[in-house]
Design a protein around this ligand. Structure first.
Ligand code: OOB
Length: 544
């Protein structure tokens, strides 16, 4: 069922006995992403698929352009099963590139738009990508292309196809050119059980881990999300979170909208003024937000200036939503809240739209699929009774069974019977709703964007004034959490080290902005003693 080549390259398949059950119960459809778009474009051809600023694409046009762009990529040498890193803001061209890749059976590797050359290079090497496509807002191209080029000059880096496109180039130039010159290629109809794309895990140690999802398992999660979010072909969805995040893509996300022929409206900026104007103008009904954005929106003076009556449902996820903030969605935005607790690794939970208020405000709901298994365990791995707090483990028809090409990490990220150890802490209430109460994994959740402290610590250790560093989460009223670097200076280092010094030092490494510490503190010893936290600088000296 699963491809031998994928497995050889590092994909961990579902174990046969569970795969058989999921298949028997009809979880996995035999449809790939491009076949989904093809089917929907036949059914809803003229319907608006996606719109951004003054640009629009009907389903028919999106499919048509995807075929064109796919043919162009093929002409450039990109083949079926090749991995291609893509990076894009929330612009309409992203959809053409995405489905262009799917059209020829190539596999996108999704990066966040904020990722710098440091992350992109590592991700490209780890995924063995053969191409990198960056889509920019108009006017940004030259600067970003140069940033990336800096990182790409490493000798072991063999990326051979690179393209930086501005919004203008794709639609206005490429396609006029393409429609005349490029031979039209047949759509690649590969297996639904093949790896469809790679996504990034928030990560717990070092660099982000790669998550390989198949068409069948991912589209199953989309189909279930559509049902629980009650989307239909008349729905109008606003996308304001980064378009390549798993939440935005599939819970229910734009794939959910596409699944039923609904219309997607993109916003390149998340400010209340821009988004409220779009909601009012287009009659938006559904949007997904992280808690920090809810906070920003409900406290905005702009709120009273717009008519947001069309807004029916707001999904909130990515980080813990506090009950007071949850309540304001109903009171101030006059929309129904649907809490979403999910992860790129798979498992997604939703509160139901008709749940009682208590459940909607205080829980993260139930898993998407009746075949999802959730276990709450103690330190010994023993399953706990309902309402007891413990580690959240899961397995099911759309949760990965191992990170891509990471056998060592997999040994401690999964139990021997195939449960993924989420690193989250919580409990199941008496109605089987999950409540996330905390986190055990080494991670900072900054407005829904995940930071791995050790990744930043390792970079900061490279600063000559730093003897040791510990990056920790600090509670923040707006972001939920912000990052703080506690730094012990070298003994002979008397000069002051400022936040700016550290940020400038890190910026030169081309890392994503959201990973830059929000504050620093110079300390004699670490304030928070964490289990297993050691002075790695000393260790590495001792090892020499
Ligand atoms: C989503 O996915 P990721 O992969 O960026 O992050 C997953 C982690 C979870 O393990 C948990 O620590 C945290 O983000 N998280 C939440 C949460 N939703 C995610 N923590 C508390 N409450 C929530 N509602 O963030 C993601 C993927 C799909 C749908 C929604 C979110």
């Amino acid at each position: 069922m699963f491809s031998d080549r994928d497995i050889k390259n590092g994909f961990v398949p579902f174990p046969a006995e569970r795969a058989e059950i999921y298949q028997q119960f009809g979880c996995w459809e035999n449809e790939t992403h491009i076949q989904l778009l093809e089917r929907i474009s036949q059914q809803f051809g003229k319907q608006l698929a996606v719109s951004q600023a003054d640009k629009t694409l009907s389903y028919q046009a999106l499919y048509h352009y995807a075929a064109k762009y796919g043919s162009y990529l093929h002409k450039q040498g990109i083949q079926a099963e090749d991995f291609v890193v893509i990076q894009s803001p929330n612009v309409i061209e992203f959809f053409i590139v995405l489905f262009g890749l799917y059209y020829i059976g190539a596999r996108p590797v999704f990066c966040l738009n904020g990722h710098g050359a440091y992350e992109i290079e590592n991700i490209a090497i780890n995924s063995r990508a053969v191409g990198y496509i960056k889509i920019n807002m108009a006017g940004q191209a030259a600067k970003d292309a140069m940033d990336i080029a800096l990182g790409f000059s490493k000798p072991n880096f063999k990326l051979w196809f690179r393209e930086t496109l501005t919004s203008e180039t794709i639609l206005a130039q490429s396609f006029i050119h393409l429609s005349e010159d490029t031979p039209h290629l047949e759509q690649f109809n590969g297996s639904a059980y093949a790896v469809a794309f790679l996504q990034l895990s928030g990560g717990t140690t070092g660099l982000p881990k790669l998550i390989a999802r198949t068409h069948a398992d991912y589209l199953y999660s989309v189909q279930q999300s559509v049902a629980v979010a009650k989307l239909n072909s008349n729905s109008k969805q606003l996308i304001v979170l980064p378009v390549m995040h798993n939440f935005t893509m599939s819970s229910p996300g734009f794939l959910g909208a596409f699944f039923v022929g609904a219309s997607v409206y993109l916003s390149t900026d998340s400010s209340p003024a821009t988004c409220f104007a779009l909601i009012e103008k287009q009659g938006i009904e559904q949007v997904s937000l992280v808690p920090s954005l809810v906070n920003l929106w409900i406290n905005s003076p702009q709120l009273s200036r717009f008519n947001l009556n069309s807004l029916a449902v707001i999904q909130v996820g990515g980080a813990k939503l506090l009950p007071e903030l949850a309540e304001s969605i109903n009171n101030k935005l006059r929309a129904k809240l649907q809490q979403v607790y999910g992860m790129a690794e798979g498992l997604v939970n939703f509160t139901q739209l008709d749940d009682n208020q208590q459940t909607i405000l205080y829980t993260q709901g139930k898993p998407l699929s009746r075949y999802d298994e959730i276990k709450i365990v103690d330190d010994m791995g023993e399953t706990l009774a309902n309402e007891s707090i413990g580690y959240i483990l899961t397995r099911g028809p759309y949760t990965i069974n191992g990170y891509y090409n990471s056998p060592e990490i997999n040994q401690h990220s999964f139990t021997s019977d195939g449960f993924y150890i989420t690193g989250d802490i919580g409990y199941l209430d008496k109605h089987q709703n999950i409540v996330v109460t905390g986190r055990e994994k080494e991670q900072i959740n900054r407005a829904g964007e995940k930071i791995t402290p050790s990744e930043i610590e390792n970079l900061i250790l490279g600063h000559p004034a730093v003897r040791d560093v510990s990056v920790v989460a600090v509670k923040d009223p707006l972001l939920g959490e912000r990052s703080k670097a506690q730094i012990i200076l070298q003994q002979d280092h008397t000069s002051h080290l400022s936040l700016r010094d550290i940020r400038v030092f890190l910026m030169k490494k081309n890392i994503a902005d959201y990973k830059l510490p929000d504050e620093i503190e110079l300390v004699e010893k670490f304030q928070y003693t964490q289990v297993g936290k050691v002075n790695r600088r000393q260790l590495s000296c001792a090892a020499k």
